[in-house]
Design a protein around this ligand. Structure first.
Ligand SMILES: Cc1ncc(COP(=O)(O)O)c(C=O)c1O
Length: 368
């Protein structure tokens, strides 16, 4: 493995210090929860090694929601660890991977660290940032080991329809290729969640976590779903060699949260809708920016128009230095910096409005 740190991590607010950020539009999640909101008493919890595959009751809760059995769920340290387990288990140097670009950086960087032969399935602004299944089919060949998609997508917020998801699963099955669907934003699909992809076929792997929809990234609880027992055994071996088991504290918090999730859901989804309305209204007034309206998640990925006279580097300088406002610049996603990811789920509506206003002001001040 050849590890290289990614700009999205080096430049993240938690690395820069949250105190240096006034308006944080970099996040792809809903606002972080506070432990007190969950009202837990963990004093009787025994701090033992946990069950290696993950707390049984936690797996049952996830399995019921996902339409699979608890033995088909492996708990990991966030979706990030699930992606690592999958990539390192399935890919060797030179193995062919087809993965979307732009993307959540790890979905590309871990296969790159392994030395996989990577082909990108480009999501194009002109195609609504949606996967093009005909193009994708033509990119799969006899050496392809893995096809990797994120639905809803980060950083664009694009979706697939259920019919397209089923078509994709069939396509990969016919070609004998494993399909990975990163579903970390699944519950945030604006039109309601798609079925868990792995529940539809044993050739499909699903990955998700509690980080994004529920604002719980600090407990590092995610999972992968795999209905092939042999492959699951390999994934468990990988987990055991990396970290044996999850933190029992994290698992207990996750378990108790999931048992009472319905109590939290209305407030979460209504705040997301409110913030989405704020972004839509703001976008309508932007002359320099164009976008594909997202269909899921709490991010969008607008870009400065070809016709815009905004000096992009000056724009970011003014935005960051003068207005202390931060977004995810295009290079976090290996794209031109005229693209920017705006995370609209993390700030409160008033902070979001102020952050968006700072983007407009910075663009105006950076026009040449
Ligand atoms: C698509 C996607 N997958 C996985 C992750 C990792 O999330 P976590 O490890 O917090 O569950 C992220 C985080 O941004 C993401 O955007």
């Amino acid at each position: 493995m050849k590890y290289v740190r990614m700009p999205i991590e080096i430049e993240s607010p938690e690395q820069m210090g949250y105190d240096n950020v006034k308006y944080n539009l970099t996040e792809s999640s809903f606002a972080d929860a506070q432990l007190g909101d969950l009202d837990l008493d963990l004093r009787s919890l025994v701090l033992c090694y946990g069950e290696h595959q993950g707390n049984r009751r936690l797996r049952e809760l996830i399995a019921v929601e996902s339409g699979v059995s608890p033995d088909e769920v492996l708990i990991t340290a966030g979706a990030a660890a699930a992606l690592f387990v999958i990539a390192t288990s399935l890919l060797r140097t030179g193995d062919h991977l087809l993965v979307e670009k732009p993307n959540y950086a790890t979905n590309i960087e871990t296969p790159r660290a392994i030395g996989a032969a990577i082909d990108f399935h480009e999501l194009r602004f002109e195609e609504g940032f949606r996967p093009n299944l005909d193009r994708l089919a033509a990119q799969i060949h006899s050496k392809t080991k893995l096809v990797s998609l994120t639905v809803p997508h980060n950083p664009t917020g694009s979706m697939l329809s259920e019919a397209e998801l089923r078509q994709l699963i069939e396509l990969c099955a016919n070609k004998g290729v494993t399909l990975l669907v990163d579903e970390t934003y699944r519950e945030m699909a604006h039109g309601g969640p798609l079925p868990v992809a792995a529940s539809l076929s044993d050739r499909v792997l699903s990955v998700s976590s509690l980080s994004k929809t529920w604002g719980l990234p600090g407990i590092r609880i995610g999972w992968l779903i795999c209905r092939d027992p042999k492959l699951m055994e390999t994934f468990l071996a990988a987990k055991e060699q990396i970290f044996i088991c999850n933190s029992v504290v994290d698992e207990e918090i996750a378990r108790r949260f999931l048992e009472r999730k319905d109590r939290f859901a209305p407030a979460v989804f209504s705040a997301m809708q409110k913030n989405f309305a704020v972004v839509k209204e703001w976008m309508q007034k932007q002359s320099d920016l164009e976008w594909i309206q997202p269909e899921g998640g709490v991010v969008c990925f607008p870009r400065f128009r070809d016709s815009s006279s905004v000096d992009i580097e000056r724009f970011y300088r003014v935005l960051n230095d003068k207005y202390k406002t931060f977004v995810g610049p295009g290079h976090w996603f290996e794209m031109e910096r005229r693209y920017l990811r705006i995370g609209y789920g993390w700030p409160k509506a008033e902070e979001l409005k102020a952050g968006l206003a700072a983007i407009s002001l910075s663009a105006a001040e950076a026009r040449s």
